[in-house]
Design a binder for this molecule. Structure first.
Ligand code: ADP
Ligand code: MG
Length: 388
């Protein structure tokens, strides 16, 4: 894969697609993880005297200007992180933007406005992509988390300029490809999150290569129900029960389900709650976390693993009462000697919440892109860079 290291960027206008789709709160960046993830590429370009033009989407403005989804708070936070004043554009294309881009000096950083303010972005409209391309001489895609979408700024523009992967993109693909195609054994995975249907593809792709598959979170409820347990008001995907049975049968003993659950009388941060064995979920109650025996069991099962992949929280970790299983796993992985790789938006949020990202081998910035890649599919944003 051609990377930014393979191109001469000195003095050139480089359009960098980043993923700055970060949560905002009261007009400020609430979590700057994704901004920090893009720093290696931005710094690399600045050190080589490039003129850096950044673009990203933010939220879902639906092809029109939405004031709350302007990138100004991001420009502010990024300026602090790189210690360079970021010039913020009022749009991402158009005459004023073109003129400003042409005037850039080496070492300057120009942040374009939300690409999704234009319908041409999601439509991957050729004219819109050409207007973006017209701003620069080189295109660098560093937005791994957006690479599963063939949009103008993630895919279309790559065909119109000399293009290369950024350093974050390079690392994501390198690590995840190794996990997908050449894992270390014993290879264990932990899956959680809300729904089985999101994870069937990745289970299918990796099942034969894994020695151990631990399942928790909402996903486990559907498996437990498929085994005949009464799950009360727990989140269960009725439509996936047959699939769950097939997976259980195919996986045999390597698929490990919770043995106990934390159940609550309501989906509420202050609900009444206690741990029960999986065959004792009271009618009207719901499972919102794995229980302490399950945490012990999972820890035991992970002993000796050489590579551990984790995607999906083991409970509703956004509520403190139901966060213990998830944070126990974060802690276990942080201390584990295996290579530890996590993927998924909420999973990364849980790891970052307790500041343990640097104890993991890799915390993928991707959610949908992570799953699509692990399912063995080609990411359009990567394929356009000359990589299958
Ligand atoms: P990721 O973004 O890491 O891929 P998912 O999107 O698959 O993870 O799932 C995350 C969500 O799953 C979290 O918001 C969490 O609250 C929810 N979740 C986990 N366990 C349960 C459960 N037992 N019941 C309902 N929701 C759950
Ligand atoms: Mg998610």
């Amino acid at each position: 894969m051609r990377t930014v290291r393979d191109v001469d960027v000195s003095g050139r206008r480089v359009l960098v697609r980043v993923d700055f789709n970060v949560p905002l709160e009261d007009g400020e960046v609430a979590d700057d993880t994704r901004l920090r993830a893009s720093l290696p590429t931005i710094t690399y370009l600045l050190e080589r005297n490039a003129k850096v033009i950044l673009c990203s989407h933010l939220g879902r403005p639906g092809g029109e200007v939405v004031e709350e989804l302007r990138l100004d708070p991001i420009a502010k936070r990024l300026s602090e992180l790189i210690d360079v004043g970021v010039i913020k554009a009022g749009d991402c294309v158009g005459e004023a933007v073109e003129a400003r881009a042409k005037d850039l000096e080496p070492g300057q950083v120009f942040l374009l406005e939300n690409t999704r303010f234009h319908p041409g972005e999601k439509a991957n409209d050729h004219k819109f992509a050409a207007r973006l391309a017209g701003l620069a001489e080189i295109y660098v895609n560093d937005a791994f988390a957006a690479a599963h979408r063939a949009h103008a700024s993630t895919e279309g523009v790559a065909h119109l300029l000399p293009s290369a992967a950024g350093l974050l993109m390079e690392r994501e693909i390198e690590v995840l490809r190794r996990v997908r195609e050449n894992p270390k054994h014993p290879f264990a995975a932990i899956f959680g999150g809300a729904k089985i249907s999101d994870k069937i593809g990745i289970l299918d792709q990796l099942m034969d290569r894994m020695e151990m598959v631990l399942v928790g979170g909402g996903m486990a409820n559907t498996f437990l129900k498929a085994q005949g347990h009464e799950m009360g008001e727990s989140l269960v995907e009725e439509a996936s029960l047959d699939t769950a049975r097939e997976i259980l049968e195919a996986a045999g003993e390597k698929l490990v389900l919770p043995v106990d659950l934390v159940v609550a009388d309501a989906f509420d941060a202050e609900a009444k709650h206690h741990a029960v064995l999986v065959d004792q979920v009271p009618p009207g109650w719901r499972a919102l976390d794995v229980g302490p025996r399950t945490v012990d069991l999972f820890r035991e099962k992970l002993k000796g693993a050489k590579m551990i992949l984790w995607n999906g929280p083991l409970g509703v970790f956004e509520m403190e009462l139901f966060s213990k299983g998830t944070y126990a796993i974060v802690g276990t992985l942080a201390e584990h000697e295996a290579e530890t790789i996590t993927g998924g938006g909420e999973t990364a949020a849980a790891v970052n919440e307790v500041n343990l990202a640097d104890k993991m081998t890799h915390v993928s910035t991707g959610g949908g892109a992570f799953l699509t890649f692990m399912e063995g599919e080609t990411l359009p944003g990567v394929a356009a860079l000359g990589e299958g």
